[in-house]
Design a protein around this ligand. Structure first.
Ligand SMILES: [Zn+2]
Length: 367
């Protein structure tokens, strides 16, 4: 376990969205998961629609997976791990394990739509080969054959994703280019603002045209822009700040034999919410406030902390850049990281004190 390399060690903790999804296998080491809402859509099509409807959705699904794999494989080329690809009815998400640098992001973001262009060209060639010439009149209509509709879907996927609304691919490219020229903070602010304005326009147009699906996408883009901008903002504010600056060195630990009652007492007596569980010199887990409360509700005060602690946790070296763990902690995947050097526990970094550090830096830094 406790591995104190130069990079943060990631636990296998699953994010909130993956809980509602089903594994579909791995490509290039990346787990591909289907969100349950996508399964509902497929099931509904299977029972209600004609077979071609189902085949079309499965075809689009494959194109979306290939689009996300485009992002993922370029990310991997830059040494950025991909935690998973999750498919939702409105599209896919490739979850990168860390935020890419702006120059890398341009290529990672462009790789997805580029895949759709390649697929469109292949489908076009297949159409020409099978029944040329294509009747242009119903090219975009619902009357076309499966290949034709898939070609149209790929053009839509490419075009729609290139709209410069952060956090869509086009918006990411815009943010990265602005970040290269104006700095991370200014670039992110402008891209997020452009994304939110475009999202609001989209929502109004969709309401006016009574297209519920587009309203949904507009809201998704609006919320996503704010959320992702926060992650980039956070990273820009802590860039170059070593982990030890945000480390709490005065903290309480639990022994593996401790009961949940003892842990609850510490929670009430101190301002600490997450407690490292240490066996002798070795950190074996973290008991977070949420796990503690869950444990208390199920087992009462006599339960043991070892049953409820997280055995997969984030460990970082004190000299590492805070930026490398800020995104993880801000996205809520980890609420606490252990700061370790040569197997020795030096302190903890928690979400609360990271947030406080961000506030202090925002207040004092000229941005
Ligand atoms: Zn994309």
């Amino acid at each position: 376990m406790a591995n104190t390399g130069s990079a943060p060690v990631r636990g296998a903790k699953r994010s909130a969205e993956s809980v509602w999804s089903m594994g579909m296998g791995r490509v290039s080491g990346i787990p591909i998961r289907l969100h349950f809402t996508f399964l509902v859509l497929l099931g509904w099509l299977a029972v209600s629609g004609p077979l071609t409807g189902l085949l079309f959705v499965v075809g689009v699904f494959i194109c979306v997976v290939l689009h996300e794999l485009g992002h993922s494989i370029v990310a991997q080329k830059y040494g950025i791990g991909v935690a998973e690809i999750v498919l939702y009815p409105i599209g896919g998400v490739a979850r990168l394990e860390k935020l890419p640098e702006p120059k890398q992001e341009v290529w990672i973001a462009l790789a997805g739509p580029a895949v759709n262009v390649v697929l469109a060209v292949i489908l076009f060639a297949a159409l020409i080969a099978t029944h040329s010439p294509i009747p242009w009149g119903d090219f975009f209509g619902p009357g076309g054959g499966l290949l034709q509709r898939l070609l149209f879907a790929n053009l839509m996927l490419c075009g729609f994703n290139l709209i410069p609304a952060f956090p869509m691919d086009g918006g990411r490219v815009l943010r990265a280019i602005l970040a290269i020229n104006l700095g991370e903070l200014r670039g992110t602010e402008i891209a997020a603002a452009v994304g939110q304005v475009l999202a609001i326009i989209l929502i109004f147009v969709a309401l006016w045209q009574q297209m519920a699906f587009l309203v949904f996408i507009g809201v998704f883009v609006y919320l996503g822009a704010g959320q992702e901008a926060n992650m980039y903002r956070g990273r820009a504010l802590v860039e170059g700040v070593p982990v030890h600056k945000a480390t709490i060195t005065d903290f309480r630990m639990l022994s593996p034999g401790a009961s949940l009652g003892e842990a609850a007492e510490l929670l009430l007596k101190t301002s600490q919410q997450d407690f490292p569980v240490v066996n002798g010199d070795e950190a074996i887990g973290i008991l977070t406030r949420n796990s503690l409360l869950r444990g208390l509700a199920e087992e009462g005060k006599t339960g043991y902390v070892t049953r409820w602690m997280d055995r997969e946790f984030l460990t970082v070296s004190p000299d590492l850049d805070l930026a490398s763990i800020a995104a993880d902690m801000q996205s809520g995947q980890q609420t606490c990281a252990l700061v370790m050097r040569d197997g020795e526990l030096l302190g903890i970094v928690t979400l609360e004190n990271l947030a406080e550090l961000l506030l202090v830096r925002q207040a004092t830094k000229d941005v």
